[in-house]
Structure formats: C-alpha cells, structure tokens
Design a protein around this ligand. Structure first.
Ligand code: URA
Ligand code: SF4
Length: 211
C-alpha cells in the first residue's frame, strides 16, 4: 500500500483535508467503511486529543467521538473543567475497521494493524500542522504506538509529560504530550467510577499545564 501522503493536499485547509481524505486509498480500510472521519474542533486549538479510529457511529455520522466513547469523553472533559468545544479531537486512523462475524449483523470494532496506522499518519501530521496545539493528549495504546513506536505502553507513559518525537515529523511540535487511557477502556471497565476519576485527573493535569 502506498500510504496516504499522495492524497494530502499541498496547501491544506481543514475543510480541504476532510474532502481530500474521502479519496484516500492509502491502505485497504476505505473499502468497507462508509466515509473517512477527519478530526473536528477549533483550528487552531490549544489541545488536540488523539484516539484510535472512528467507531460505528462515527463512521455513519462522519465525525469523531460522537458515539458512546465520545459521550464519556465529553463528561470527563466537563468534570476536568475543559470546555468540550474548545478542544480538537481526532484519530490516528481515519476509516473504521470492523468485522461482521455473521452477515447483516452488528459491526464489531477491530483495532487497526500497525501498517494501516503508518499508512494513515500523513493525515494526522497535517492536522497537527493546521491545529498547532500547545498540548496533545494521547488516548490509549494505538495512538501511543503511532507516535512513539510499537514498544509504547499506556502503563509506562501515563502521568508523565512527553516530548513530541522527531518522527512522525511535524512543522510545529506541541510543547507537551500527555498520555491517558482510551475512553472506551473506561466504558468497558469493571471499576468504571474509579477509572473515570483517574481519567478526569489526567485531564485536569492537561488543563493545568496550559500556558
Ligand atoms: N473511539 C475512537 O478512538 N475514536 C472515535 O472517534 C470514537 C471511538
Ligand atoms: Fe487512507 Fe487512512 Fe483511510 Fe487507509 S485508513 S484509506 S490511509 S484515510
């Protein structure tokens, strides 16, 4: 697969990026998804949240974090005193990957393969150059591996403040990268209240770090 770069406009606007991603054939995930889901939010924005890939609802509606994980994310942001509309949210992969064990039934989320994440990275790099966030928040392991490589774990990186690495290259690296869990992990947790409190505490640190 060629990767997404050849579909990224030379002088992109955010609207142009959304349009261009609909044509992307950088990996095979466009084949079964409804549409590419580009990030959403103010441009520029002080904070960029990076998730994994659109889910079922995001794939249908064309916007990130509009399903159950997004509702939990909104609740956590509000509890952390961050206005949900003030942050830019996106995903490392722009098309929904799923399986459908029996035809015609519910589409089940499937994590993207490493090569699909790599293929899709030019879109994220371009978003960062447009949004120029002061702080990036990595939500979960897929986003973390996309930025820091396959040895990344949330457990090792959570609670520390990281630098944006040399690769994936961006023109305006964020001053800080924070790492926390993915909101879907909080939804699935057996101790949801405690995990939600810890998630909110991570987001409070993001707000407190802003200049
Ligand atoms: N999970 C993600 O990682 N991103 C979304 O947009 C929705 C669910
Ligand atoms: Fe292109 Fe990313 Fe979609 Fe693959 S997942 S086709 S690289 S936009």
């Amino acid at each position: 697969s060629p990767g997404a770069q050849q579909w990224v406009p030379d002088r992109p606007t955010h609207a142009g990026l959304r349009r261009a991603a609909q044509q992307c054939r950088g990996c095979d995930l466009y084949e079964d998804a409804t549409q590419a889901v580009m990030g959403d939010g103010p441009v520029p924005a002080p904070v960029m949240l990076i998730g994994e890939q659109p889910g079922d609802q995001e794939d249908r509606q064309g916007h990130p974090f509009v399903g159950p994980a997004g509702r939990l994310l909104d609740e956590a942001l509000e509890r952390a005193d961050i206005e949900p509309g003030s942050v830019y949210r996106t995903n490392v992969v722009k098309h929904f990957r799923f399986t459908m064990p029996t035809p015609g039934t519910r589409r089940l989320h499937r994590s993207p393969a490493g090569w699909q994440v790599s293929a899709c990275l030019p879109w994220l790099q371009t978003e960062i150059d447009l949004v120029r966030p002061e702080a990036v928040v990595v939500l979960g392991a897929t986003a973390g591996k996309a930025v820091y490589g396959s040895r990344f774990t949330v457990a090792a990186a959570r609670g520390r403040t990281l630098e944006w690495p040399d690769e994936p290259r961006v023109a305006y690296p964020p001053a800080r990268v924070h790492v926390t869990v993915h909101p879907s992990a909080v939804l699935r947790s057996r101790d949801r209240d405690a995990d939600l409190r810890a998630f909110v505490a991570d987001l409070v640190r993001v707000r407190e770090g802003l200049g």
